[in-house]
Design a protein around this ligand. Sequence first.
Ligand code: AGP
Length: 615
Amino acid sequence: MCGIVGYIGFRKAYPILIEGLRRLEYRGYDSAGIALLENGKLDVYKQVGKVLDLEASIPKKEFAQTLGIAHTRWATHGAATQDNAHPHYSYSKDIAVVHNGIIENFMLLKRRLIALGYEFRSDTDTEVIVNLIESERKAGKVSLEKAVNRALQQLHGAYALAVLSKTEPEKLIVARKGSPLAIGLGKSYEEFFVASDAIPIIEYTQDLIYLNDNEVALLEKGKKVVVKDIFGKLKNYKIKHIDLDMNMVTKGAYEHFMLKEIFEQPETLSNTIFSHLDEKKDKIYFEGLESLKQQLIDANRIVIVACGTSWHSGLIGEYLIEELARVLVEVEYASEFRYRKPIIHKGDIVLAISQSGETADTLAALRYSKEQGAITFAICNVYGSSMAREADFVAYTYAGVEIGVASTKAFTAQVAVLSLLAITMGLENKQLDEKRGKELMTSLRMLPEMVAKTLEQDAAIQQIAKNFLEITSFLYLGRGINFPIALEGALKLKEISYIHAEGYPAAEMKHGPIAMIDENLPTLIVGTNKEYYEKIVSNAQEVKARKGTVVAVVSAGDRELSDMADYVFEVPEIADCLQPIITSIPLHLFSYHIAVMKGCNVDQPRNLAKSVTVE
Ligand code: AGP
Protein backbone atom coordinates (compact mmCIF):
# COMPACT_ATOMS: atom_id res chain seq x y z
CA MET A 1 0.00 0.00 0.00
CA CYS A 2 2.20 2.65 -1.36
CA GLY A 3 1.91 6.39 -0.94
CA ILE A 4 1.78 8.66 -3.96
CA VAL A 5 2.14 12.45 -4.10
CA GLY A 6 1.97 14.95 -6.98
CA TYR A 7 2.17 18.70 -7.47
CA ILE A 8 1.56 21.11 -10.36
CA GLY A 9 1.58 24.83 -9.78
CA PHE A 10 3.84 27.82 -9.22
CA ARG A 11 5.85 26.64 -6.24
CA LYS A 12 9.00 24.51 -6.32
CA ALA A 13 7.67 20.95 -6.40
CA TYR A 14 10.70 19.20 -4.81
CA PRO A 15 10.22 20.26 -1.14
CA ILE A 16 6.44 19.70 -1.34
CA LEU A 17 6.92 16.19 -2.75
CA ILE A 18 9.65 15.15 -0.32
CA GLU A 19 7.68 16.38 2.72
CA GLY A 20 4.58 14.69 1.29
CA LEU A 21 6.46 11.39 1.06
CA ARG A 22 7.62 11.72 4.64
CA ARG A 23 4.00 12.11 5.74
CA LEU A 24 2.89 9.10 3.73
CA GLU A 25 5.77 6.86 4.76
CA TYR A 26 3.46 4.91 7.09
CA ARG A 27 1.91 3.51 3.89
CA GLY A 28 5.12 1.72 2.85
CA TYR A 29 8.85 2.21 3.27
CA ASP A 30 10.66 -0.31 0.99
CA SER A 31 11.85 2.38 -1.47
CA ALA A 32 11.09 5.95 -2.50
CA GLY A 33 11.39 8.04 -5.65
CA ILE A 34 10.59 11.36 -7.30
CA ALA A 35 10.21 12.66 -10.87
CA LEU A 36 10.47 16.38 -11.70
CA LEU A 37 9.53 17.90 -15.06
CA GLU A 38 10.42 21.26 -16.60
CA ASN A 39 11.01 22.44 -20.17
CA GLY A 40 10.64 18.90 -21.52
CA LYS A 41 13.36 17.59 -19.16
CA LEU A 42 12.38 14.77 -16.79
CA ASP A 43 14.62 14.14 -13.77
CA VAL A 44 13.95 10.88 -11.92
CA TYR A 45 15.61 9.92 -8.62
CA LYS A 46 14.81 6.72 -6.72
CA GLN A 47 16.38 4.82 -3.82
CA VAL A 48 15.84 1.62 -1.87
CA GLY A 49 14.88 2.34 1.75
CA LYS A 50 13.27 5.32 3.44
CA VAL A 51 12.62 8.87 2.24
CA LEU A 52 15.71 9.91 4.18
CA ASP A 53 17.79 7.52 2.03
CA LEU A 54 16.26 9.03 -1.11
CA GLU A 55 17.09 12.57 0.01
CA ALA A 56 20.65 11.51 0.85
CA SER A 57 21.05 10.03 -2.64
CA ILE A 58 19.90 13.17 -4.49
CA PRO A 59 22.57 15.74 -5.48
CA LYS A 60 22.29 18.87 -3.33
CA LYS A 61 21.05 21.51 -5.78
CA GLU A 62 18.16 23.93 -6.39
CA PHE A 63 15.24 22.15 -8.08
CA ALA A 64 13.20 24.82 -9.82
CA GLN A 65 10.66 22.47 -11.37
CA THR A 66 7.01 23.24 -10.52
CA LEU A 67 5.63 19.89 -11.65
CA GLY A 68 6.43 16.51 -10.17
CA ILE A 69 5.26 13.16 -8.81
CA ALA A 70 6.68 10.99 -6.03
CA HIS A 71 6.20 7.60 -4.41
CA THR A 72 6.97 5.61 -1.27
CA ARG A 73 6.72 1.87 -1.83
CA TRP A 74 5.35 -1.21 -0.11
CA ALA A 75 6.67 -3.95 -2.38
CA THR A 76 4.10 -6.22 -4.03
CA HIS A 77 5.32 -7.11 -7.53
CA GLY A 78 9.13 -7.31 -7.50
CA ALA A 79 11.51 -7.11 -4.57
CA ALA A 80 12.55 -3.85 -2.90
CA THR A 81 15.27 -2.97 -5.43
CA GLN A 82 16.41 0.20 -7.19
CA ASP A 83 14.96 -0.96 -10.52
CA ASN A 84 11.60 -1.79 -8.98
CA ALA A 85 11.37 1.55 -7.16
CA HIS A 86 8.92 4.13 -8.56
CA PRO A 87 8.58 6.40 -10.56
CA HIS A 88 8.69 4.16 -13.64
CA TYR A 89 9.59 5.49 -17.05
CA SER A 90 8.02 4.43 -20.33
CA TYR A 91 10.30 2.71 -22.83
CA SER A 92 11.10 6.02 -24.58
CA LYS A 93 11.51 7.74 -21.20
CA ASP A 94 8.90 10.31 -22.24
CA ILE A 95 6.27 9.33 -19.65
CA ALA A 96 6.68 8.71 -15.91
CA VAL A 97 4.17 7.09 -13.58
CA VAL A 98 3.74 6.43 -9.87
CA HIS A 99 1.21 3.79 -8.80
CA ASN A 100 -0.44 2.43 -5.66
CA GLY A 101 -2.26 -0.85 -6.21
CA ILE A 102 -1.90 -4.19 -7.99
CA ILE A 103 -2.55 -4.95 -11.69
CA GLU A 104 -3.67 -8.58 -11.84
CA ASN A 105 -3.41 -9.06 -15.65
CA PHE A 106 0.00 -7.36 -15.97
CA MET A 107 1.82 -10.47 -17.26
CA LEU A 108 -0.59 -10.82 -20.18
CA LEU A 109 -0.25 -7.12 -21.06
CA LYS A 110 3.53 -7.30 -20.63
CA ARG A 111 3.82 -10.15 -23.11
CA ARG A 112 1.80 -8.14 -25.64
CA LEU A 113 4.06 -5.10 -25.17
CA ILE A 114 7.23 -7.21 -25.47
CA ALA A 115 5.82 -8.56 -28.74
CA LEU A 116 5.53 -4.90 -29.84
CA GLY A 117 9.25 -4.41 -29.05
CA TYR A 118 8.95 -2.86 -25.59
CA GLU A 119 11.76 -3.73 -23.14
CA PHE A 120 11.32 -3.65 -19.38
CA ARG A 121 13.75 -2.41 -16.71
CA SER A 122 11.85 -3.81 -13.68
CA ASP A 123 9.66 -6.71 -12.47
CA THR A 124 6.80 -4.42 -11.57
CA ASP A 125 3.21 -4.31 -12.79
CA THR A 126 3.50 -0.51 -12.82
CA GLU A 127 6.03 -0.44 -15.67
CA VAL A 128 3.43 -2.28 -17.75
CA ILE A 129 0.97 0.58 -17.15
CA VAL A 130 3.36 3.30 -18.33
CA ASN A 131 4.37 1.34 -21.45
CA LEU A 132 0.73 0.58 -22.21
CA ILE A 133 -0.02 4.33 -22.07
CA GLU A 134 2.93 4.96 -24.41
CA SER A 135 1.87 2.24 -26.86
CA GLU A 136 -1.73 3.55 -26.91
CA ARG A 137 -0.52 7.07 -27.53
CA LYS A 138 1.76 5.95 -30.34
CA ALA A 139 -0.75 3.56 -31.91
CA GLY A 140 -3.66 5.99 -31.72
CA LYS A 141 -1.70 9.22 -32.23
CA VAL A 142 -3.82 10.51 -29.38
CA SER A 143 -3.28 12.89 -26.44
CA LEU A 144 -1.89 11.74 -23.11
CA GLU A 145 -5.41 11.74 -21.50
CA LYS A 146 -6.85 9.59 -24.28
CA ALA A 147 -3.88 7.23 -24.08
CA VAL A 148 -4.30 6.98 -20.31
CA ASN A 149 -8.02 6.18 -20.72
CA ARG A 150 -7.33 3.51 -23.32
CA ALA A 151 -4.71 1.92 -21.10
CA LEU A 152 -6.94 1.99 -18.01
CA GLN A 153 -9.72 0.23 -19.92
CA GLN A 154 -7.38 -2.78 -20.27
CA LEU A 155 -6.26 -3.00 -16.63
CA HIS A 156 -7.67 -5.54 -14.14
CA GLY A 157 -6.92 -4.73 -10.53
CA ALA A 158 -6.49 -1.69 -8.33
CA TYR A 159 -4.70 1.56 -8.96
CA ALA A 160 -4.18 5.12 -7.87
CA LEU A 161 -1.97 6.70 -10.52
CA ALA A 162 -0.20 9.95 -11.32
CA VAL A 163 1.12 10.40 -14.84
CA LEU A 164 3.25 13.06 -16.49
CA SER A 165 4.90 13.36 -19.89
CA LYS A 166 7.82 15.35 -21.29
CA THR A 167 5.91 16.11 -24.47
CA GLU A 168 2.85 17.45 -22.60
CA PRO A 169 4.63 19.22 -19.71
CA GLU A 170 1.72 21.42 -18.59
CA LYS A 171 -0.45 18.48 -17.52
CA LEU A 172 -0.68 16.16 -14.53
CA ILE A 173 -3.11 13.26 -14.97
CA VAL A 174 -4.35 11.15 -12.04
CA ALA A 175 -6.72 8.18 -11.89
CA ARG A 176 -8.23 5.87 -9.31
CA LYS A 177 -9.80 2.44 -9.03
CA GLY A 178 -9.80 0.71 -5.67
CA SER A 179 -6.86 2.64 -4.18
CA PRO A 180 -7.59 6.03 -2.58
CA LEU A 181 -6.64 9.35 -4.20
CA ALA A 182 -7.29 12.93 -3.11
CA ILE A 183 -6.75 16.18 -5.05
CA GLY A 184 -6.07 19.40 -3.11
CA LEU A 185 -7.27 22.63 -4.74
CA GLY A 186 -5.00 25.66 -4.53
CA LYS A 187 -6.38 29.22 -4.76
CA SER A 188 -8.12 29.99 -8.10
CA TYR A 189 -6.76 26.76 -9.59
CA GLU A 190 -3.21 28.17 -9.64
CA GLU A 191 -1.91 24.91 -8.14
CA PHE A 192 -3.00 21.35 -7.38
CA PHE A 193 -1.78 18.82 -4.82
CA VAL A 194 -2.33 15.08 -5.26
CA ALA A 195 -1.93 12.38 -2.60
CA SER A 196 -3.09 8.97 -1.36
CA ASP A 197 -4.78 10.77 1.57
CA ALA A 198 -5.23 14.25 2.99
CA ILE A 199 -2.20 14.27 5.28
CA PRO A 200 0.42 15.62 2.79
CA ILE A 201 -2.06 18.20 1.46
CA ILE A 202 -3.64 19.86 4.55
CA GLU A 203 -0.65 22.16 5.08
CA TYR A 204 -1.49 23.88 1.77
CA THR A 205 -5.26 23.55 1.38
CA GLN A 206 -8.24 21.90 3.09
CA ASP A 207 -10.42 21.82 0.00
CA LEU A 208 -10.17 18.35 -1.46
CA ILE A 209 -11.73 16.26 -4.18
CA TYR A 210 -11.81 12.50 -3.50
CA LEU A 211 -11.78 10.63 -6.81
CA ASN A 212 -14.24 7.75 -7.17
CA ASP A 213 -13.48 4.43 -8.85
CA ASN A 214 -12.83 4.54 -12.61
CA GLU A 215 -12.36 8.30 -12.58
CA VAL A 216 -9.52 10.22 -14.24
CA ALA A 217 -8.69 13.87 -13.47
CA LEU A 218 -6.77 16.30 -15.66
CA LEU A 219 -4.90 18.99 -13.72
CA GLU A 220 -3.58 22.03 -15.57
CA LYS A 221 -2.37 25.25 -13.95
CA GLY A 222 -5.02 28.01 -13.98
CA LYS A 223 -7.76 25.69 -15.27
CA LYS A 224 -10.64 24.01 -13.44
CA VAL A 225 -10.15 20.33 -12.58
CA VAL A 226 -11.70 18.13 -15.27
CA VAL A 227 -12.92 14.72 -14.06
CA LYS A 228 -14.04 12.08 -16.55
CA ASP A 229 -14.59 8.33 -16.34
CA ILE A 230 -12.13 6.00 -18.10
CA PHE A 231 -14.33 6.12 -21.20
CA GLY A 232 -14.04 9.90 -21.40
CA LYS A 233 -17.50 10.79 -20.07
CA LEU A 234 -17.50 14.02 -18.00
CA LYS A 235 -18.18 13.48 -14.27
CA ASN A 236 -19.33 15.87 -11.56
CA TYR A 237 -17.28 16.05 -8.39
CA LYS A 238 -17.75 17.32 -4.83
CA ILE A 239 -15.21 19.52 -3.03
CA LYS A 240 -14.94 18.46 0.63
CA HIS A 241 -13.56 20.83 3.27
CA ILE A 242 -11.31 18.78 5.56
CA ASP A 243 -10.96 19.96 9.18
CA LEU A 244 -7.46 18.69 9.99
CA ASP A 245 -4.55 20.65 11.42
CA MET A 246 -0.83 20.07 11.27
CA ASN A 247 -0.51 19.21 14.97
CA MET A 248 -2.36 16.08 14.15
CA VAL A 249 0.39 14.88 11.84
CA THR A 250 3.47 15.77 13.87
CA LYS A 251 4.93 13.86 16.85
CA GLY A 252 5.09 16.91 19.08
CA ALA A 253 7.13 16.11 22.20
CA TYR A 254 6.72 12.36 21.80
CA GLU A 255 9.48 10.07 20.57
CA HIS A 256 7.05 8.05 18.45
CA PHE A 257 3.61 8.56 16.87
CA MET A 258 2.47 5.34 18.57
CA LEU A 259 3.22 6.72 22.07
CA LYS A 260 1.65 10.08 21.16
CA GLU A 261 -1.48 8.32 19.92
CA ILE A 262 -1.69 6.14 23.06
CA PHE A 263 -1.49 9.27 25.23
CA GLU A 264 -4.03 11.14 23.07
CA GLN A 265 -6.76 8.67 24.07
CA PRO A 266 -8.36 10.66 26.91
CA GLU A 267 -8.93 13.42 24.33
CA THR A 268 -9.79 11.17 21.35
CA LEU A 269 -12.22 9.11 23.43
CA SER A 270 -13.79 12.30 24.69
CA ASN A 271 -14.12 13.62 21.11
CA THR A 272 -15.63 10.32 19.95
CA ILE A 273 -17.99 9.74 22.89
CA PHE A 274 -19.28 13.32 23.12
CA SER A 275 -19.74 13.51 19.33
CA HIS A 276 -22.48 10.93 19.82
CA LEU A 277 -23.46 11.17 23.53
CA ASP A 278 -24.88 14.33 25.10
CA GLU A 279 -22.63 15.59 27.94
CA LYS A 280 -25.58 15.83 30.31
CA LYS A 281 -28.77 14.39 28.85
CA ASP A 282 -28.80 10.59 28.41
CA LYS A 283 -29.21 10.99 24.68
CA ILE A 284 -27.15 9.18 22.03
CA TYR A 285 -27.18 10.64 18.54
CA PHE A 286 -25.74 9.29 15.29
CA GLU A 287 -25.91 11.68 12.32
CA GLY A 288 -27.77 10.01 9.46
CA LEU A 289 -29.01 7.03 11.48
CA GLU A 290 -32.58 8.33 11.85
CA SER A 291 -33.62 7.12 8.39
CA LEU A 292 -32.20 3.64 9.02
CA LYS A 293 -32.99 3.26 12.72
CA GLN A 294 -36.04 1.05 12.15
CA GLN A 295 -34.05 -1.35 9.94
CA LEU A 296 -31.34 -1.46 12.63
CA ILE A 297 -33.88 -2.23 15.36
CA ASP A 298 -35.73 -4.79 13.23
CA ALA A 299 -32.53 -6.44 12.02
CA ASN A 300 -32.45 -10.23 12.64
CA ARG A 301 -28.71 -10.17 12.54
CA ILE A 302 -25.72 -7.92 12.12
CA VAL A 303 -22.69 -9.13 10.20
CA ILE A 304 -19.49 -7.33 11.12
CA VAL A 305 -16.65 -7.40 8.55
CA ALA A 306 -13.13 -6.13 9.26
CA CYS A 307 -9.41 -6.91 9.31
CA GLY A 308 -6.66 -6.89 11.93
CA THR A 309 -7.25 -4.71 14.95
CA SER A 310 -10.59 -3.55 13.57
CA TRP A 311 -11.66 -7.20 13.52
CA HIS A 312 -10.86 -7.33 17.24
CA SER A 313 -13.16 -4.33 17.75
CA GLY A 314 -15.78 -6.24 15.80
CA LEU A 315 -15.49 -9.19 18.19
CA ILE A 316 -16.03 -6.82 21.13
CA GLY A 317 -19.01 -5.37 19.21
CA GLU A 318 -20.49 -8.88 19.09
CA TYR A 319 -20.34 -9.20 22.89
CA LEU A 320 -21.78 -5.70 23.34
CA ILE A 321 -24.67 -5.91 20.85
CA GLU A 322 -25.69 -9.44 21.82
CA GLU A 323 -25.56 -8.56 25.52
CA LEU A 324 -27.20 -5.14 25.43
CA ALA A 325 -29.57 -5.48 22.44
CA ARG A 326 -29.98 -9.27 22.19
CA VAL A 327 -29.48 -9.12 18.41
CA LEU A 328 -27.52 -11.91 16.69
CA VAL A 329 -24.07 -10.77 15.53
CA GLU A 330 -21.60 -12.60 13.29
CA VAL A 331 -18.02 -11.33 12.99
CA GLU A 332 -16.16 -12.11 9.78
CA TYR A 333 -12.63 -11.71 8.51
CA ALA A 334 -13.40 -9.50 5.51
CA SER A 335 -10.87 -11.34 3.32
CA GLU A 336 -12.62 -14.68 3.91
CA PHE A 337 -16.13 -13.24 3.84
CA ARG A 338 -15.79 -11.64 0.39
CA TYR A 339 -14.83 -14.90 -1.34
CA ARG A 340 -16.97 -17.31 0.67
CA LYS A 341 -20.14 -16.14 -1.16
CA PRO A 342 -21.81 -15.75 2.23
CA ILE A 343 -25.57 -15.82 2.55
CA ILE A 344 -26.83 -12.28 2.83
CA HIS A 345 -30.55 -11.70 3.24
CA LYS A 346 -32.20 -8.51 2.01
CA GLY A 347 -32.36 -6.10 4.95
CA ASP A 348 -29.45 -7.69 6.77
CA ILE A 349 -27.18 -5.12 8.35
CA VAL A 350 -23.53 -5.48 7.35
CA LEU A 351 -21.21 -3.32 9.45
CA ALA A 352 -17.71 -2.64 8.12
CA ILE A 353 -15.18 -1.44 10.71
CA SER A 354 -12.02 0.24 9.43
CA GLN A 355 -9.70 2.96 10.74
CA SER A 356 -8.56 3.95 7.24
CA GLY A 357 -11.85 3.25 5.49
CA GLU A 358 -9.71 1.98 2.59
CA THR A 359 -8.68 -1.59 3.50
CA ALA A 360 -9.23 -3.48 0.25
CA ASP A 361 -10.79 -6.66 1.71
CA THR A 362 -13.17 -4.77 4.00
CA LEU A 363 -14.18 -2.39 1.20
CA ALA A 364 -14.85 -5.35 -1.11
CA ALA A 365 -16.88 -7.12 1.60
CA LEU A 366 -18.97 -3.97 2.04
CA ARG A 367 -19.53 -3.65 -1.74
CA TYR A 368 -20.43 -7.36 -2.02
CA SER A 369 -22.97 -7.02 0.79
CA LYS A 370 -24.49 -3.96 -0.86
CA GLU A 371 -24.87 -5.88 -4.14
CA GLN A 372 -26.63 -8.66 -2.18
CA GLY A 373 -29.20 -6.19 -0.82
CA ALA A 374 -27.82 -5.69 2.67
CA ILE A 375 -27.98 -2.32 4.43
CA THR A 376 -24.37 -1.29 4.89
CA PHE A 377 -23.01 0.50 7.93
CA ALA A 378 -19.45 1.66 8.42
CA ILE A 379 -17.41 2.77 11.42
CA CYS A 380 -14.45 4.77 10.06
CA ASN A 381 -11.84 7.18 11.31
CA VAL A 382 -10.83 8.83 8.03
CA TYR A 383 -13.26 11.47 6.83
CA GLY A 384 -14.21 11.06 3.18
CA SER A 385 -12.67 7.58 2.90
CA SER A 386 -14.16 5.10 0.43
CA MET A 387 -16.13 3.07 2.99
CA ALA A 388 -17.47 6.22 4.61
CA ARG A 389 -18.65 7.45 1.21
CA GLU A 390 -20.10 4.15 -0.01
CA ALA A 391 -21.87 2.82 3.11
CA ASP A 392 -25.57 3.64 3.67
CA PHE A 393 -24.65 4.93 7.14
CA VAL A 394 -21.30 5.90 8.64
CA ALA A 395 -20.45 6.55 12.27
CA TYR A 396 -17.13 8.31 12.59
CA THR A 397 -14.60 7.73 15.32
CA TYR A 398 -13.04 11.13 16.04
CA ALA A 399 -9.61 9.76 16.96
CA GLY A 400 -7.82 12.23 14.64
CA VAL A 401 -5.12 11.20 12.20
CA GLU A 402 -3.51 7.87 13.20
CA ILE A 403 0.03 7.67 11.79
CA GLY A 404 1.54 4.86 13.84
CA VAL A 405 1.09 1.63 11.85
CA ALA A 406 0.00 -0.13 15.03
CA SER A 407 -3.56 1.02 15.65
CA THR A 408 -4.25 2.20 19.22
CA LYS A 409 -6.47 5.28 19.65
CA ALA A 410 -8.62 4.29 16.65
CA PHE A 411 -9.22 0.90 18.28
CA THR A 412 -10.54 2.31 21.56
CA ALA A 413 -12.61 4.87 19.64
CA GLN A 414 -14.14 2.04 17.55
CA VAL A 415 -15.08 0.18 20.75
CA ALA A 416 -16.62 3.37 22.18
CA VAL A 417 -18.79 3.79 19.05
CA LEU A 418 -19.82 0.12 19.20
CA SER A 419 -20.80 0.58 22.86
CA LEU A 420 -22.95 3.60 21.96
CA LEU A 421 -24.54 1.73 19.05
CA ALA A 422 -25.32 -1.30 21.25
CA ILE A 423 -26.88 0.89 23.96
CA THR A 424 -28.96 2.72 21.30
CA MET A 425 -30.23 -0.59 19.86
CA GLY A 426 -30.92 -2.05 23.34
CA LEU A 427 -32.91 0.98 24.48
CA GLU A 428 -34.82 1.16 21.17
CA ASN A 429 -35.78 -2.53 21.12
CA LYS A 430 -36.39 -2.50 24.88
CA GLN A 431 -33.89 -5.28 25.55
CA LEU A 432 -31.92 -2.86 27.74
CA ASP A 433 -33.72 -1.23 30.65
CA GLU A 434 -33.56 2.54 30.99
CA LYS A 435 -31.73 2.37 34.34
CA ARG A 436 -28.89 0.20 33.03
CA GLY A 437 -28.74 2.26 29.88
CA LYS A 438 -28.26 5.43 31.95
CA GLU A 439 -25.60 3.74 34.10
CA LEU A 440 -23.63 2.74 31.02
CA MET A 441 -23.89 6.25 29.54
CA THR A 442 -22.60 7.65 32.85
CA SER A 443 -19.69 5.16 32.77
CA LEU A 444 -18.93 6.11 29.18
CA ARG A 445 -18.71 9.77 30.20
CA MET A 446 -16.13 8.81 32.85
CA LEU A 447 -14.02 6.73 30.46
CA PRO A 448 -11.65 9.47 29.21
CA GLU A 449 -10.72 10.27 32.81
CA MET A 450 -10.25 6.60 33.66
CA VAL A 451 -7.99 6.16 30.64
CA ALA A 452 -5.95 9.19 31.77
CA LYS A 453 -5.60 7.48 35.17
CA THR A 454 -4.50 4.21 33.54
CA LEU A 455 -1.86 6.05 31.50
CA GLU A 456 -0.21 7.16 34.75
CA GLN A 457 1.11 3.60 34.98
CA ASP A 458 3.30 4.08 31.91
CA ALA A 459 6.58 4.13 33.84
CA ALA A 460 5.62 1.05 35.90
CA ILE A 461 4.65 -0.81 32.73
CA GLN A 462 8.02 0.14 31.17
CA GLN A 463 9.81 -1.33 34.21
CA ILE A 464 7.92 -4.62 33.86
CA ALA A 465 8.53 -4.70 30.10
CA LYS A 466 12.29 -4.78 30.78
CA ASN A 467 11.91 -8.36 32.01
CA PHE A 468 10.68 -9.64 28.65
CA LEU A 469 13.25 -8.45 26.11
CA GLU A 470 14.75 -11.92 25.59
CA ILE A 471 11.57 -13.96 25.34
CA THR A 472 10.60 -15.45 21.98
CA SER A 473 6.95 -16.25 22.56
CA PHE A 474 4.05 -14.99 24.72
CA LEU A 475 0.58 -16.35 25.50
CA TYR A 476 -2.30 -13.91 26.05
CA LEU A 477 -5.50 -15.13 27.75
CA GLY A 478 -8.85 -13.48 28.35
CA ARG A 479 -12.44 -14.54 29.01
CA GLY A 480 -15.68 -13.15 27.61
CA ILE A 481 -15.36 -9.59 26.35
CA ASN A 482 -11.67 -9.60 27.32
CA PHE A 483 -10.88 -12.50 24.95
CA PRO A 484 -10.66 -10.08 21.98
CA ILE A 485 -8.40 -7.91 24.14
CA ALA A 486 -6.06 -10.90 24.57
CA LEU A 487 -6.05 -11.21 20.77
CA GLU A 488 -5.37 -7.48 20.42
CA GLY A 489 -2.53 -7.50 22.96
CA ALA A 490 -0.91 -10.44 21.17
CA LEU A 491 -1.26 -8.74 17.78
CA LYS A 492 0.40 -5.56 19.06
CA LEU A 493 3.35 -7.45 20.50
CA LYS A 494 3.74 -9.40 17.23
CA GLU A 495 3.49 -6.47 14.86
CA ILE A 496 5.89 -4.06 16.60
CA SER A 497 8.39 -6.27 18.50
CA TYR A 498 8.32 -9.26 16.12
CA ILE A 499 7.95 -11.60 19.18
CA HIS A 500 5.55 -14.46 18.45
CA ALA A 501 2.41 -14.15 20.59
CA GLU A 502 -0.97 -15.86 20.67
CA GLY A 503 -4.26 -14.66 22.09
CA TYR A 504 -6.60 -17.39 23.35
CA PRO A 505 -9.87 -17.73 25.24
CA ALA A 506 -8.55 -18.62 28.71
CA ALA A 507 -10.60 -21.81 29.00
CA GLU A 508 -9.24 -23.00 25.65
CA MET A 509 -5.74 -23.09 27.13
CA LYS A 510 -6.32 -26.57 28.53
CA HIS A 511 -7.14 -27.87 25.04
CA GLY A 512 -3.60 -27.45 23.72
CA PRO A 513 -1.59 -24.28 24.45
CA ILE A 514 -0.99 -25.35 28.07
CA ALA A 515 1.48 -27.85 26.61
CA MET A 516 3.78 -24.95 25.67
CA ILE A 517 3.85 -23.47 29.18
CA ASP A 518 7.11 -23.57 31.13
CA GLU A 519 9.47 -21.05 32.72
CA ASN A 520 10.38 -19.69 29.22
CA LEU A 521 6.85 -18.90 28.02
CA PRO A 522 5.19 -16.03 29.92
CA THR A 523 1.41 -15.69 29.98
CA LEU A 524 -0.49 -12.43 30.16
CA ILE A 525 -3.96 -12.83 31.68
CA VAL A 526 -6.63 -10.15 31.36
CA GLY A 527 -8.44 -10.72 34.65
CA THR A 528 -10.69 -7.72 35.18
CA ASN A 529 -14.16 -9.09 34.46
CA LYS A 530 -16.08 -9.76 37.63
CA GLU A 531 -18.41 -12.32 36.01
CA TYR A 532 -15.61 -14.84 35.28
CA TYR A 533 -13.16 -13.82 38.03
CA GLU A 534 -12.98 -17.17 39.81
CA LYS A 535 -12.49 -18.99 36.53
CA ILE A 536 -9.69 -16.67 35.42
CA VAL A 537 -7.95 -17.17 38.81
CA SER A 538 -8.03 -20.95 38.22
CA ASN A 539 -6.49 -20.42 34.79
CA ALA A 540 -3.68 -18.42 36.39
CA GLN A 541 -3.14 -21.22 38.91
CA GLU A 542 -2.91 -23.74 36.04
CA VAL A 543 -0.15 -21.62 34.47
CA LYS A 544 1.68 -21.20 37.77
CA ALA A 545 1.45 -24.95 38.33
CA ARG A 546 3.57 -25.37 35.19
CA LYS A 547 6.19 -22.84 36.39
CA GLY A 548 4.79 -20.30 33.91
CA THR A 549 5.36 -16.57 34.54
CA VAL A 550 2.07 -14.67 34.90
CA VAL A 551 1.51 -11.02 33.99
CA ALA A 552 -1.99 -10.06 35.14
CA VAL A 553 -4.19 -7.11 34.20
CA VAL A 554 -6.44 -6.62 37.25
CA SER A 555 -9.04 -4.15 38.49
CA ALA A 556 -8.12 -1.69 41.24
CA GLY A 557 -8.28 -3.33 44.66
CA ASP A 558 -7.83 -6.85 43.25
CA ARG A 559 -6.23 -9.30 45.66
CA GLU A 560 -6.28 -12.97 44.66
CA LEU A 561 -4.96 -12.70 41.11
CA SER A 562 -2.48 -9.93 42.04
CA ASP A 563 -1.04 -12.05 44.86
CA MET A 564 -0.53 -14.98 42.50
CA ALA A 565 0.84 -13.05 39.49
CA ASP A 566 4.53 -12.24 38.96
CA TYR A 567 3.74 -8.84 37.45
CA VAL A 568 0.54 -6.79 37.69
CA PHE A 569 -1.03 -3.98 35.64
CA GLU A 570 -3.84 -2.43 37.69
CA VAL A 571 -6.63 -0.56 35.92
CA PRO A 572 -9.65 1.38 37.24
CA GLU A 573 -12.81 -0.67 37.77
CA ILE A 574 -15.68 -0.17 35.30
CA ALA A 575 -18.71 -2.12 34.04
CA ASP A 576 -17.61 -5.43 32.46
CA CYS A 577 -18.88 -4.49 29.00
CA LEU A 578 -16.81 -1.28 28.93
CA GLN A 579 -13.60 -2.84 30.19
CA PRO A 580 -11.93 -3.50 26.78
CA ILE A 581 -11.22 0.21 26.33
CA ILE A 582 -9.41 0.34 29.67
CA THR A 583 -7.66 -3.04 29.56
CA SER A 584 -6.22 -2.36 26.09
CA ILE A 585 -4.17 0.58 27.39
CA PRO A 586 -1.56 -1.35 29.47
CA LEU A 587 -1.32 -3.97 26.70
CA HIS A 588 -0.56 -1.35 24.05
CA LEU A 589 1.99 0.33 26.34
CA PHE A 590 3.56 -3.03 27.29
CA SER A 591 4.18 -4.00 23.66
CA TYR A 592 5.37 -0.45 22.89
CA HIS A 593 8.06 -0.48 25.61
CA ILE A 594 9.26 -4.00 24.78
CA ALA A 595 9.58 -3.02 21.09
CA VAL A 596 11.35 0.28 21.82
CA MET A 597 13.81 -1.37 24.22
CA LYS A 598 14.48 -4.03 21.57
CA GLY A 599 15.34 -1.20 19.16
CA CYS A 600 12.40 -1.86 16.79
CA ASN A 601 10.93 0.92 14.66
CA VAL A 602 7.51 1.00 16.35
CA ASP A 603 6.00 3.57 13.98
CA GLN A 604 7.06 1.72 10.85
CA PRO A 605 7.38 -1.97 11.73
CA ARG A 606 9.04 -4.08 9.03
CA ASN A 607 6.88 -5.52 6.26
CA LEU A 608 3.79 -3.60 7.46
CA ALA A 609 1.86 -0.61 6.20
CA LYS A 610 -0.90 1.44 7.76
CA SER A 611 -3.63 0.92 5.23
CA VAL A 612 -3.76 -2.33 3.24
CA THR A 613 -5.28 -1.14 -0.04
CA VAL A 614 -4.36 -4.22 -2.05
CA GLU A 615 -5.54 -7.81 -1.59
C1 AGP B 1 -3.25 -2.84 13.45
O1 AGP B 1 -2.37 -2.35 14.34
C2 AGP B 1 -2.75 -3.06 12.11
N1 AGP B 1 -2.18 -1.91 11.58
C3 AGP B 1 -3.72 -3.71 11.15
O2 AGP B 1 -4.04 -4.95 11.67
C4 AGP B 1 -5.02 -2.93 10.89
O3 AGP B 1 -5.84 -2.97 12.00
C5 AGP B 1 -5.73 -3.58 9.71
O4 AGP B 1 -4.89 -3.47 8.59
C6 AGP B 1 -7.08 -2.93 9.43
O5 AGP B 1 -6.91 -1.60 9.06
P1 AGP B 1 -8.21 -0.65 8.98
O6 AGP B 1 -8.77 -0.53 10.36
O7 AGP B 1 -7.66 0.65 8.45
O8 AGP B 1 -9.16 -1.30 8.03
